[in-house]
Design a protein around this ligand. Structure first.
Ligand code: SF4
Length: 384
């Protein structure tokens, strides 16, 4: 690094999906400060996500048990002059404060404002994801006309990060989220999981039926299986079944059920759950022609590597945390249109109507449209 270069630190966010939604702001920051040396402070579990990323020059990582004092010491050694703090937590501001970084920018929030030198007020378009009580949920159901959820047009979470980056001169206009994956990485993962290269090949579809956040984000397993069988019957596709280590029983059960249904070619179903590093997950999702998934981190990764996604949304809102560039017609979201949604809860306190109201045939229709590259939505599909 040249001594004259401006040293800028970005305190990154802690979750995979959120990290992807910060990438438009990071790219805008790079565009606004092409000469700056940008260091990302990130949880070690996400470090591989940033390999080859054009917005980042270097990484500083931390583990869960690291104290803010230990992280502060690391920051003092790196000695950046400006810190942009993307999370809203008091802890993230404290780490940067203890790093003695002279200029500390973040959103104004309780218990941390005194740690910042530039407090950015919340934007009127910001929607707080508050979990309603069961009583409020029942009230929304009883009075659906009063319950309507209509967020402002720029309420998506990626705008929150863009507005923060704009304090350093970055454009606040969005870019598509981006994770950089190389062709050799994709080829390596295809070979590892038994696919050869070649122009004439059947479609490769991914399926991700878990959701770490909780059951309220999980479309019913049997519907995933029914949709996957029907798509295989129609397209003779190969399936890669994704999931975290904790999803292995779910993913391997789906894989065996699909394989034994014999709706596709022999050996056309592979279970990848718990078998990939984060980097391999990115490459494997890029290898897919489409991902059928719940609202999860891999959903955001797939969109950021350019793979279309089809997503049943229940307790959460695509207007706030949907994948990809807002309005990108290659992705498809389905919602049941129930008045209690979004509730942002981990578990449904009533009858899970938001997910039970989405049928497998609607998902199949949306997936077929996406595979054909149709940009026109139809049926119960509700693009944003
Ligand atoms: S049905 Fe869905 S949106 Fe409604 S309360 Fe249950 S989880 Fe939340």
């Amino acid at each position: 690094m040249k001594p004259s270069e401006e040293k800028l630190l970005v305190r990154g966010v802690n979750w995979l999906g959120d990290a992807i939604m910060t990438t438009p702001a990071l790219l805008r920051l790079r565009e606004a400060r092409p000469q700056a040396h940008i260091t990302l402070l990130t949880p070690a579990k996400l470090a591989d996500l940033w390999r080859h990323h054009p917005a980042i020059d270097s990484l500083l990582t931390f583990q869960d048990p690291d104290s803010p004092f230990a992280i502060g010491r690391r920051l003092r050694r790196a000695s950046p002059s400006i810190a942009l703090i993307l999370p809203n937590s008091p802890r993230s501001a404290l780490e940067v404060f203890l790093g003695h970084i002279p200029h500390r920018i973040g959103y104004a929030r309780p218990w941390r404002n005194f740690l910042l030198t530039q407090r950015v007020p919340p934007h009127p378009d910001e929607v707080r994801m508050r979990k309603p009580s069961r009583r409020e949920i029942l009230r929304r159901i009883a009075h659906p006309a009063r319950a309507g959820f209509s967020p402002p047009p720029r309420a998506h979470q990626l705008y929150q990060y863009l507005r923060l980056a704009a304090t350093l001169g970055a454009k606040a206009e969005p870019l598509p989220p981006l994770i950089a994956v190389t062709v050799p990485e994709v080829e390596a993962v295809r070979l590892r999981f038994g696919l050869t290269s070649g122009a004439a090949r059947p479609p490769l579809l991914g399926l991700n039926a878990g959701a770490e956040y909780g059951p309220a984000k999980r479309w019913p397993r049997d519907r995933f299986v029914a949709a996957a069988m029907e798509l295989q019957r129609r397209t003779q596709c190969h399936w890669w079944i994704f999931g975290a280590k904790t999803d292995e029983p779910l993913a391997s059960g789906i894989a065996s059920e699909l394989a034994s249904a014999k709706t596709g070619p022999p050996d056309s179903v592979r279970c990848l759950a718990g078998q990939t590093s984060l980097r391999e997950l990115c490459a494997a999702l890029k290898a897919c022609d489409l991902l059928l998934t719940n609202d999860t981190g891999p959903m955001h990764v797939a969109a950021a590597v350019g793979t279309p996604v089809v997503v049943p949304f229940g307790s959460t809102s695509p207007e706030l945390t949907g994948p990809g560039f807002p309005g990108d017609p290659q992705h498809r979201f389905l919602q049941a249109g129930v008045s209690c949604s979004p509730c942002f809860r981990r578990e449904c306190p009533i009858d899970f109507r938001c997910m039970h109201g989405i049928g497998s045939e609607a998902i199949v229709a949306a997936a077929m449209q996406a595979l054909r590259g149709d940009t026109q939505a139809a049926g119960t599909l509700r693009p944003w």
